[in-house]
Design a protein around this ligand. Structure first.
Ligand SMILES: Nc1ncnc2c1ncn2[C@@H]1O[C@H](COP(=O)(O)OP(=O)(O)OP(=O)(O)O)[C@@H](O)[C@H]1O
Length: 582
């Protein structure tokens, strides 16, 4: 979504907050009009002061009363308007957090692919505050200054038509130059932003990958970071030129208006068309008017600078949500998983899976095997509906996953993947996440079985140790054990298990075997299998070739007897293991 900002705010706000914002902005417009009237009233008031007689029907004392009343009323309305506007903006900040949270929860998991975590954290922290500030402060100020300017431009005709005409003619020039200046600033930002983003990503990468960089002797001069620095410097310079040009146009514009106004007024005074005092008053008024215009431009640029933040929010809000039914269709065969003629591509035109069909009966174990990159993990992701298929159907419990609500689908599944993310909380809390209703005994039982208790013994604060963001205080194997314990407490009818590719130590290996046999008692298991023992023990093996087709399917003995890709795969693996053991 693009276009005027106010409607974009509108769609993200509750009726209440929007109402407050509109009240605030309307009060800002009234205050602006009063400021305009006050400035205009200064003209006859000054005339009355100089001549000692009435001007526009009122004497100096009366004009002073008028000015005082305007000042008091404007100050009171200004306070009220700003306060209401700020309350509206605070409501907006609260609501946008909720709206983004709800949106993120309804987005397909695949939509997060490639998005840097920094993008979301920046959006919900600094950017939200800036957007709130924009509506509370900048929009209010723009409306106020713009109304003042309009009132002055109209009112000045009653003072002197020549001045009125000048302001009227100056207006399109002002707006035109303002737009040019604004465009230049915005263009500068657009040019600089990708370079800045790349630089910050490379900086994080540089810090995180120090180990790898040092081992490659690139720690001091990491080429990707140097390139990012150069690009950022180059685009930053370009942006600076454009922004400076914008500011110069802006400043020059105000100066030109001031000079022309002073020259006009001086001309009227010299040619005797105006009294000397009238000329001085007019110059004063014109100076104030130009300051007002300058202010207006600054506020508009402030809003424009925040437009980009609204683009970030809209990008998330416009991401299509996962379509799901209000109520799930009833399961016809709990525990069953079936894929029917499933094809899938992450990017159009580059299919990863082709016409995949297989059925895993409830309570059985299916091993997915095949060369790296053939699509095994993708199959597991489609079962969990991280993405929707390009063609064909995925059925869980006998029902198409698109006919289940996300909550109901997730109730059916436990996911034990390799890239386990743990929350910065205690181990207990991380396991309990699998089933918040699990008793402490159940959590300990799962922890014991998955080998988490072993980890606890080694940690300084035992069960109370926090595992750090993402679980960085634990090794990869340990994190997977926590994930297995989660699956054990959840006791979901179906478990999707991605076996570790790396060699595990004997302790880890034994724990995983135990946990798997426990899971197998009550659940259907789909394992992305790497260990020969797991593969041989499966009730069914689905063999994929490098192109993402199923090339063989059956039990271990049948497949070995049939020859072909599975036999080659098996022989290679057993040979490799034999080689490793010798
Ligand atoms: N999020 C993604 N976006 C685009 N392409 C992807 C994405 N995830 C995987 N792929 C690509 O899809 C193909 C299948 O990947 P997948 O992870 O399913 O393979 P795999 O068989 O599980 O591999 P491995 O055994 O090495 O884990 C690969 O070519 C991979 O590069």
């Amino acid at each position: 979504m693009s276009g005027p900002l106010l409607p974009r705010y509108r769609r993200l706000m509750s009726v209440e907050s929007w109402g407050r914002t509109i009240t605030g902005v309307s009060l800002g417009a009234i205050v602006g009009a009063l400021h305009g009237f006050a400035l205009l009233a200064l003209l006859p008031a000054m005339a009355a002061l100089v001549t000692g007689g009435p001007s526009w029907g009122l004497g100096l004392a009366e004009w002073l009363v008028v000015l005082s009343v305007i000042a008091i009323v404007a100050a009171a309305l200004d306070f009220w308007g700003m306060r209401t506007g700020y309350i509206g903006a605070l409501g907006f900040i609260h609501e946008i957090h909720e709206a983004l949270g709800a949106k993120v929860a309804s987005m397909p998991i695949g939509a997060f692919d490639g998005a840097s975590p920094g993008k979301y954290s920046r959006m919900v922290s600094q950017e939200m505050l800036n957007l709130g500030e924009s509506i509370a402060h900048f929009v209010y100020a723009v409306i106020q200054r713009a109304t003042s300017a309009v009132v002055i431009m109209i009112g000045v005709w009653f003072w002197d038509w020549r001045l009125g005409l000048f302001l009227l003619l100056a207006c399109p020039v002002v707006i035109g130059l303002m737009l040019v200046s604004q465009r230049l600033v915005a263009r500068g930002k657009k040019i600089a932003e990708p370079g800045e983003e790349e630089l910050s990503t490379r900086m994080v990468e540089y810090a995180k990958c120090q180990g790898a960089l040092r081992s490659c002797r690139q720690a001091a001069n990491y080429p990707a970071l140097e390139r990012a620095f150069d690009t950022s410097l180059r685009t930053g310079r370009k942006a600076l030129w454009l922004e400076t040009a914008g500011s110069v146009i802006n400043g020059a514009l105000v100066q030109v208006i001031i000079v022309v106004m002073i020259m006009m007024t001086a001309h009227f005074a010299i040619t005797g068309q105006w009294e000397g005092f009238a000329a001085v008053i007019t110059i004063g008024m014109c100076l104030r008017f130009t300051t007002m215009l300058e202010d207006l431009v600054t506020q508009i640029i402030g809003i424009e600078e925040r437009r980009e933040l609204m683009d970030h929010v809209d990008e998330v809000m416009d991401t299509p949500s996962l379509s799901e039914p209000e109520v799930s269709a009833p399961l016809t065969n709990p525990g069953e998983v079936a894929l029917k003629n499933v094809s899938f591509s992450y990017y159009e035109g580059t299919p990863v899976l082709h016409d995949i069909s297989f059925r895993v009966a409830p309570g059985t174990m299916c091993a997915l095997v095949g060369p790296s990159g053939c699509g095994k993990t993708t199959i597991a992701r489609l079962v969990a509906r991280f993405w929707d298929t390009s063609a064909g159907d995925v059925l869980v419990g006998g029902v198409n996953v698109t006919e289940l609500t996300t909550t109901d689908l997730m109730t059916q599944l436990s996911l034990v993947f390799q890239d386990v993310y743990l929350f910065d909380d205690t181990l207990e809390a991380n396991i309990q996440l699998g089933n918040p209703a699990a008793s402490p005994e159940q959590v300990r039982w799962a922890a014991e079985l998955a080998g988490v208790s072993e980890i606890v013994k080694r940690l300084p604060a035992g069960w109370d140790t926090r595992v750090g963001e993402g679980g960085r205080a634990l090794s990869g194997g340990e994190r997977q054990r926590v994930s297995i314990a989660r699956a054990l407490v959840k006791q979901a009818p179906i478990v999707l298990f991605d076996e570790a590719t790396s060699a595990l130590d004997a302790e880890n290996e034994a724990n995983i075997i135990h946990a798997m046999s426990e899971l197998r008692k009550n659940s259907t298991l789909i394992v992305i299998a790497h260990k020969l023992e797991t593969i041989a023990a499966a009730d069914q093996i689905v063999v994929l070739d490098a192109t993402g087709h199923i090339c063989q399917q059956g039990r271990h003995e049948e497949l070995l007897a049939a020859g072909g890709q599975y036999t080659r795969f098996w022989n290679e693996r057993t040979a490799a293991r034999g080689w490793a053991l010798r």
